[in-house]
Design a protein around this ligand. Structure first.
Ligand SMILES: Nc1ncnc2c1ncn2[C@@H]1O[C@H](COP(=O)(O)OP(=O)(O)O)[C@@H](O)[C@H]1O
Ligand SMILES: [Mg+2]
Length: 501
């Protein structure tokens, strides 16, 4: 059969989907040809995962029609889609950490003996063989949760790639993988394509998308914007369509520039020299001056969050040095980092705040050490907290409320208030405005500028270009664990950041 006679692997027409009031997809037509690797790109929230979940039967309620190999289908569940030959690796890792590697590989489809009981010997043998094809050499009897995240991700990939599915969907599968692991994955994808499988590949790494895909489709704001053969387009073409030129969405123009200043003529407060952590980041050298906000931008999995944790002693680097005020930080733990003057507000607020405790306790926790040296007085604790709560416009401005009663944005401000009460030399902020509304974001921008003007060195780590663009005086871009570009004393814009990452 020539390709022309062959029905398309998938044909979607007029797909729409809303969650409550939020429209995630509207009027999407999408075709996956048999035997192609089709790349799907678009900013966070563009609707990529939602469309894939519709194809995989996860979202049964939607508008529009779907054909698989030319035949119309209606999926009521993920197992309907599976039965139709559709396999999906989800963006969120969905392994079962308590089970063995082999059980995860055969989740739900364990080989059985003639008597209907699980054939363990066969399962272990086949799991081992499958994983070896992806270059994974692990003891398949081991508990899944004990393995590094990247390996767990590869095992999950293996499960779907070798499940026999004819249509394979990979939703951002490379974010936890190292370059050699990605190369091996790509070899496997090419082999699967050669054997006639059809694949959809979602990734933020546009170079990867262009390297591995035959066709690329761009999504923006729940709409399909364009589909093109990969050979006829380049990275900039994709970026322009991903972010729009600004005039059709009445929102801000993303290509608008911001002028960065030269670093201030002030001493370096933090310096990282050739910092390495296997599997997370390598050879990261950078510095921050007093009175400067350094932005570190990169896609999810580029190593910037791990680097931030290493600065605070939460991750022990393999090699390299950290200096504070020119002094090498010898002990590698959070207590030593704190003593040296480093503070960290992590991306997950839950890990450092106490939802059931009142606001004032959450603010004062960092000064407790100092206050308790004197003798802790609840009055003093409350008074200090009240000042900061007012200064930061925390709503409602009541320090006795349990923290859990505040909105996420206000909780984040409490996390910041803690460091206002105990001024560090270097403040590391991870995803400081994620999930906040515009007003709360503005407050954070003001707070961070205030801290900078008070002489702190601030590091803002984010996967959102808008966050570093609105906060940073200088920006470094990390990609796959390494610093690849620095923007300083020059114009920078969202499309330039994306192009560098
Ligand atoms: N289960 C859900 N409930 C409510 N809203 C959702 C759900 N899944 C996705 N959304 C919303 O739909 C939109 C598209 O999200 P998604 O498909 O995950 O985008 P992408 O994968 O391109 O980043 C976003 O606004 C997101 O918040
Ligand atoms: Mg997604």
């Amino acid at each position: 059969m020539t390709p022309a006679d062959q029905p398309n692997a998938l044909e979607l027409t007029g797909i729409g989907k809303a969650f409550g009031g939020v429209v995630a997809l509207r009027g999407v037509d999408f075709t996956l040809r048999a035997g192609e690797i089709h790349g799907l790109v678009g900013e966070n929230g563009a609707g990529k995962s939602t469309l894939m979940k519709i194809i995989a039967g996860v979202h049964a309620e939607h508008d529009g029609t779907m054909r698989v190999n030319g035949r119309e289908v209606v999926f009521r569940s993920a197992s309907d889609a599976l039965a139709a030959g559709i396999g999906m690796v989800h963006q969120e890792l969905s392994v079962v950490p308590e089970l063995t590697v082999a059980e995860n590989v055969f989740l739900g489809v364990q080989p059985t003996t003639n008597f209907g009981i699980v054939d363990w010997a066969k399962m272990f043998r086949e799991a081992h063989e499958q994983l070896a094809r992806l270059g994974i050499d692990v003891n398949v009897r081991q508990t899944m949760g004990m393995l590094p995240l990247g390996v767990q991700q590869l095992i999950e990939l293996g499960r779907v790639l070798f499940s026999g599915a004819e249509i394979i969907i990979l939703d951002e599968p490379t974010s936890a993988l190292s370059p050699p692991e990605i190369e091996r994955l790509f070899e496997t994808l090419r082999r699967l394509r050669a054997s006639g499988k059809s694949l959809i590949f979602i990734s933020h790494f546009l170079d990867d998308v262009l390297a591995i895909c035959d066709t690329v489709t761009v999504f923006r704001n729940g709409r399909k914007i364009a589909t093109m053969p990969a050979a006829q387009i380049d990275k900039l073409w994709i970026i322009e369509r991903m972010i729009g030129t600004g005039h059709e969405d009445l929102e801000e123009s993303y290509t608008s520039e911001r002028m960065l200043e030269a670093p201030p003529n002030a001493p370096v407060v933090l310096e990282s020299q050739a910092l390495c952590k296997l599997g997370a980041f390598s050879d990261v050298s950078l510095n921050v001056r007093a009175g400067e906000v350094l932005g570190i931008y990169g896609f999810m999995g580029s190593g910037q969050l791990e680097f931030a944790r290493a600065l605070y002693g939460k991750i022990i680097p393999d090699t390299g040095t950290i200096r504070i005020d020119g002094k090498t930080l010898r002990a590698k733990n959070t207590a030593a980092a704190k003593r040296a003057g480093i503070a960290l507000v992590p991306e997950s607020r839950r890990s450092m705040l106490f939802a059931l405790e009142p606001v004032y306790k959450n603010v004062s926790i960092s000064i407790l050490e100092r206050l308790s040296a004197l003798l802790l007085r609840p009055g003093a604790e409350r008074r200090v907290a009240q000042e900061h709560v007012e200064q930061l416009h925390i709503r409602p401005p009541r320090v006795d409320l349990p923290l859990g009663n505040l909105s996420g944005g206000n909780q984040q401000k409490v996390a910041l208030a803690r460091w206002l009460a105990y001024l560090p030399k270097v403040l590391v902020l991870c995803e400081p405005t994620r999930g906040m509304d515009v007003g709360a974001k503005d407050d954070v921008v003001k707070i961070v500028r205030g801290l900078r003007d008070a002489g702190l060195g601030v590091i803002v780590v984010s996967t959102e270009p808008e966050t570093v663009l609105s906060l940073a005086d200088r920006i470094v871009v990390m990609k796959k664990g390494a610093v690849v570009r620095e923007f300083t004393n020059e114009a920078v814009s969202k499309d330039r950041l994306l192009a560098a990452a």
